[in-house]
Design a protein around this ligand. Structure first.
Ligand SMILES: O=C(O)COP(=O)(O)O
Ligand SMILES: [Mg+2]
Length: 232
């Protein structure tokens, strides 16, 4: 991270692909929705690169695999409602917490960092999921893909989170698995760290401009502490 820059006071952490592998839940919900239209199930390998830009785009892309845009438009509202119904029914059942997430959150909290979750997942899915996985107590605030008028990669959700923390973006780091997180962070003038094990639309994380790639949230915590030691 930039030498001489301000100390980091807070971390904004992404959900899908960063804290939780949620693809198995997406698989169940998308295939439940597709079955209602007589469409065959799709695999996790097909779904993984589609995740990242929120429910609406995911549902649309999962239908565009079979249908043209006009046909998708005609059923979109019904498809989205079906998907939401199926997702809420399975939310968290098959999702798993990635290694060193809890340890990383604890280390950041112990280092005095304030923590906020900003996800493109709808808030009605994100909050019960964090609760169920025991991660909710680490976060001061949680913002979903529908908490602001725009989703990541627009900077609006990160700027909104910084405003809620009453901190300037220059002392906040965003941590995520995809170009959405990195582009939003750059546009908001936050630091950004990326993890290589998530989705990133099927692209290598090395292609993304960031302040560093960390193997886990625990490594992110160590890097932030090292940065703050030189910034103090
Ligand atoms: O649900 C999505 O589209 C992605 O969510 P994320 O922002 O937590 O990666
Ligand atoms: Mg993500």
């Amino acid at each position: 991270m930039r030498a001489g820059a301000a100390a980091i006071r807070a971390a904004i952490i992404d959900l899908d692909g960063t804290m939780l592998d949620t693809v198995p839940d997406f698989e169940a919900a998308l295939n439940g929705m597709r079955a209602e239209f007589g469409l065959a199930p799709i695999t996790q390998e097909i779904i993984k690169p589609l995740v990242g830009k929120g429910s609406e785009k995911l549902v649309r892309d999962a239908l565009l695999l079979d249908w043209d845009a006009a046909r998708v438009d005609a059923v979109f509202d019904q498809a989205l409602a079906g998907y939401q119904h199926h997702y809420l029914a399975v939310n968290g059942e098959r999702s798993t917490v990635y290694p060193e997430v809890v340890e990383g959150l604890r280390a950041m909290r112990d280092a005095g960092l304030r923590l906020v979750c900003v996800t493109n997942k709808p808030i009605a899915f994100a909050e019960p999921l964090l609760e169920q996985k025991g991660l909710a107590p680490y976060f001061e605030r949680v913002f979903g893909g529908d908490s602001f008028a725009k989703k990541k990669p627009d900077p609006m959700p990160l700027l909104g989170a910084c405003a809620a923390l009453d901190l300037p973006p220059s002392c906040v780091v965003a941590i995520g698995d995809s170009s959405n997180d990195a582009e939003a962070a750059r546009a908001a003038s936050c630091f950004v760290l990326t993890v290589p094990y998530g989705y990133n639309h099927g692209r290598p994380i090395q292609e993304i401009n960031s302040d560093g790639i960390v193997s886990s949230l625990l490594e992110a915590a160590a890097l932030i502490s090292a940065h703050n030691d030189t910034a103090k």
